[in-house]
Design a protein around this ligand. Structure first.
Ligand code: HEC
Length: 165
């Protein structure tokens, strides 16, 4: 009987410990979730989207040079840079949150007043970047250069309407 109660107590203790651990785990994951979804401050969002654009420019530059003949063609570099660009092409856009309207940046008001067109311009860039990545894996120089040119049109197309000079 005493043994029995002893067992009961130790079981309930073990359960309490377990429940407590579960509670901590739930509280922690809720904390992580809150961190993951918490909106960054407007100035940070601007910095992040500009950083993504800066990297887009970094990996884009050599390919533009190759397409225009200013830089010797190197298929390996195109494969690498096009792969990076395809991923980078997804990154800047959530930084154009309405909360950043008042921040100093080169983003024009049309980003918000003509949001549909801005989204279309993003889509055009993303598909051109994906097509370039696919072309680079195909290995044909001419096809790659054409695909590079197509990406370039989407950069300019968006900057003309949505980026201050
Ligand atoms: C859908 C629109 C859009 C597309 C497509 C786009 N950009 Fe941009 N880009 C912007 C906007 C808007 C800014 C200004 C961002 C700011 O100041 O917050 C910008 C800024 C930049 C900057 C300056 C970053 C800085 O330091 O502030 C570079 C470099 C750049 N873009 C390169 C490119 C290149 C290269 C491509 C194509 C390979 C490209 N962008 C495609 C909209 C676009």
């Amino acid at each position: 009987m005493v043994d029995c109660i002893g067992n009961l107590i130790s079981v309930s203790l073990a359960m309490k410990v377990k429940l407590f651990a579960m509670g901590v785990a739930v509280a922690m994951s809720a904390g992580f979730a809150a961190t993951a979804f918490a909106q960054a401050k407007p100035d940070v969002l601007v910095k992040q989207r500009q950083s993504a654009m800066t990297l887009i420019g970094k990996y884009w530059g050599p390919m533009a040079g190759m397409a225009s003949g200013k830089v010797p063609f190197n298929g390996q570099v195109v494969v690498r840079n096009a792969g990076y660009l395809e991923v980078l092409a997804q990154m800047p856009w959530d930084g154009f949150d309405a909360g950043t309207k008042a921040e100093k940046s080169r983003g024009l008001p049309a980003i918000w007043s003509d949001a549909g067109k801005f989204t279309e311009s993003q889509d055009a860039f993303r598909s051109a970047a994906a097509a370039l990545a696919a072309a680079s894996r195909g290995g044909d120089e001419g096809t790659m250069k054409t695909a590079i040119g197509n990406v370039g049109k989407t950069c300019g197309g968006c900057h003309d309407n949505f980026r201050a000079k």
